[in-house]
Design a protein around this ligand. Structure first.
Ligand SMILES: NC(=O)c1ccc[n+]([C@@H]2O[C@H](COP(=O)([O-])OP(=O)(O)OC[C@H]3O[C@@H](n4cnc5c(N)ncnc54)[C@H](OP(=O)(O)O)[C@@H]3O)[C@@H](O)[C@H]2O)c1
Length: 331
């Protein structure tokens, strides 16, 4: 059973983090979203240390971004490599403006779609429940908008570019309670404040993110366009960051205890962002656990999982096409 394997892998990963990455990113341009704190900050620091030419911290607060740039520059002693660019994933206009700016870069080798929120309060952002907007739709929009630049870079360098989503093993907890999967429009039905089960919503957002990312990878495999882009979803495990800042008080207390026993450090989590970005073609379309190729839950791999994956892909891409007409031609 894949799910019992997931549990074993999860516990193993908590006590055996991957070693510090050593493969160089010389000359590369890298974007990490949500990199002012947590794993994103530490991943960005590793990329700078590993000789990247430019590491763009895509952050919603310029001030926090500049503080992170200063911190990375001081610790790595590499001046002018990290820079902060504004990106608020709760605003489609911000995603479009960020992508427009990134498309003007001479090259783009790696994107880590790492930012995320864990919300217990129901809030809308751009017409959808905010964790679906931020964890799923905006990052998928960013991926599609940046594809031409990632492909162009792959052709120019003769090696694949990478786009990695920071996912979560918690996708596995979401498929049974996910009753909305039977609805005609799944995304629309997640916008009902009265029926939203917010204590489970983060897990569901990570399940939906995983499904649509798998479909994106399949679409790219089929595409005849030149320039390979490796798409993967990584599970970092349980990492001691502030991701649960907007969960309930009781859950925070429970996690504080668990954190003492088994959480990885943000630096250990950051290693996994780097490992997923090294350009291993075997990683394309895969779920990565602790920096290695693994498999997602039984349900994701089931016939029903695939059917819902295709349905969600249809819904997300129709929504993206309505926000940014023509975006699907980037595939
Ligand atoms: N920690 C874990 O145990 C764990 C486990 C599995 C997966 N993950 C995933 O790992 C990723 C990184 O999280 P983390 O644990 O490092 O937590 P974190 O320290 O809370 O970092 C989350 C980052 O996302 C940014 N962000 C939130 N909303 C945003 C928005 N609207 N626009 C742009 N950026 C936004 C945050 O910016 P602000 O500082 O401005 O809020 C922050 O930089 C997330 O996708 C999370 O779901 C975490």
């Amino acid at each position: 059973m894949a799910n019992s394997r997931l549990v074993r892998e999860y516990f193993r990963g908590q006590f055996h983090p991957p070693v510090v990455p050593t493969k160089k990113f010389t000359g590369q341009t890298i974007i990490v979203t949500g990199s002012n704190v947590g794993m994103g900050l530490e991943g960005a620091r590793h990329f700078v240390r590993l000789d990247a030419a430019k590491v763009i911290l895509a952050v919603r607060s310029k001030e926090k971004g500049e503080a992170a740039v200063k911190d990375i520059t001081q610790s790595t002693k590499r001046e002018g490599i990290a820079e902060a660019w504004e990106l608020d994933l709760a605003s489609y206009a911000s995603v479009e403006a960020f992508a427009q700016r990134a498309l003007a870069l001479p090259r783009l080798d790696v994107v880590v779609a790492n930012a995320g929120i864990f919300m217990y309060d129901f809030e809308l952002a751009e017409g959808n429940e905010s964790s679906i907007t931020i964890n799923v739709i905006s990052h998928m929009m960013l991926a599609l908008l940046l594809l031409p630049k990632l492909r162009e870079t792959a052709v120019a360098t003769g090696k694949p570019s990478t786009f990695t989503f920071t996912g979560s093993f918690t996708h596995w907890w979401a498929d049974k309670p996910f009753v909305e999967k039977k609805n005609d429009n799944i995304l629309a039905s997640l916008n009902n404040k009265e029926t939203a089960r917010m204590s489970e919503r983060y897990y569901l957002s990570k399940l939906i993110q995983l499904l649509v990312s798998r479909e994106l990878a399949e679409e790219l495999t089929k595409s005849p366009k030149p320039g390979k882009v490796i798409v993967s979803v990584l599970n970092p495990g349980f990492v001691a960051t502030q991701i649960m800042r907007r969960s309930s008080k009781a859950f925070k207390i429970y996690l504080a205890v668990l954190r003492k026993v088994m959480a990885l450090t943000p630096e250990e989590g950051g290693r996994m962002l780097v490992l997923a970005s090294e350009g291993d073609e075997e990683m394309h379309g895969k779920y990565l656990n602790s920096g290695k190729i693994s498999e997602p839950s039984d349900w994701v791999m089931s016939a029903e999982g695939k059917q819902i994956q295709e349905k969600l892909w249809g819904e997300v891409t129709a929504l993206l096409e309505s926000i940014h007409p023509g975006i699907m031609q980037n595939l």
